[in-house]
Design a protein around this ligand. Structure first.
Ligand code: SAH
Length: 252
């Protein structure tokens, strides 16, 4: 990511971006730029909307509390999302915040809360997930905000998956063996390389056998062990996504 300018602040804005476009900032954003970062008229900010790439914009101050941004030039082309659904049993507040941020940093394209039989926390605040996802994307320099889907019952989720989507089922009960090898092998099984993925991590209480069996019945499926330790679900998220990325290689 050589062209990423770490010095300019980055903001996600949900409006079309083009040369000369004027972006009205909401109060929170204006406050952050003018009062927290103490930016002045003409200072540079990088903006992205998940569709039009990244743009360098300049601050145009309107009084003491309001500011607009004016788009100057495109600094990076839009990148394509990885077709990777990260499916997880929702956790409680702070740990869910953490998990969402990490999943975004690790390149998940879709965040899908799934309600398993042992899921403890069934209240999912999608707005909060979205603001965590935006914050993580702003910070880590990616140009996409993952799609955040409504929570869904685990069985429905698995049954609704396309046949050619490779389900990477993280299971602490799986025999410990090299997960990279297992993943590489299933990736090209049957001669056609998988291009769609679903990484599935269970709740603190783990999956029940009925859920394991349902996932195993999916056409394209691999059960992976993340090592001989039981990881917390938020740690498993990072480990599983790093594993998948290491095989898919999004640094290539
Ligand atoms: N059933 C366990 C804890 C589950 S950990 C217990 O109560 O003792 C939460 C989730 O993280 C699991 O459902 C699994 O998806 C994932 N996970 C944790 N450790 C793992 C490991 N070593 N290998 C694969 N997945 C793991």
């Amino acid at each position: 990511m050589a062209s990423y300018d770490f010095n300019a602040p980055r903001l996600f804005v949900d409006v079309p971006l083009a040369a000369g476009a004027r972006i009205a900032l909401d109060r929170g954003q204006a406050n952050y730029l003018l009062n927290v970062l103490r930016l002045k008229a003409g200072d540079a900010v990088l903006v992205f909307n998940g569709r039009d790439g990244e743009w360098k914009a300049e601050v145009a101050v309107e009084g003491r509390k309001a500011a607009d941004l004016v788009c100057a030039e495109r600094t990076r082309e839009q990148t394509a999302p990885l077709d990777l659904i990260y499916a997880f049993a929702p956790l409680k507040h702070a740990r869910l915040d953490y998990m969402v941020q990490k999943a975004v940093e690790m390149g998940a394209g879709v965040l899908q809360p799934v309600l398993t039989r042992r899921t403890q926390s069934t209240r999912v605040n999608l707005e909060r997930m979205r603001s965590n996802a935006i914050e993580a994307a702003e910070q880590c320099g990616i140009l996409l905000i993952p799609e955040i889907r409504e929570d869904q019952n685990f069985d429905k989720f698995i049954n609704g998956l396309e046949k050619d989507r490779l389900v990477v089922f993280c299971d602490e009960d799986a025999p410990v063996s090299n997960p990279v090898e297992a993943l590489k092998k299933t990736l090209t099984e049957g001669g056609n390389k998988a291009t769609k993925f679903a990484v599935v991590v269970g709740p603190e209480g783990g999956f029940v056998d009925q859920e394991r069996a349902l996932a195993a019945a999916h056409e394209r499926y691999v059960r992976v062990s993340l090592g001989p330790r039981i990881l917390r679900a938020d740690t498993a998220a990072v480990a599983a996504l790093a594993l998948v990325q290491s095989v898919l290689g999004d640094w290539a």
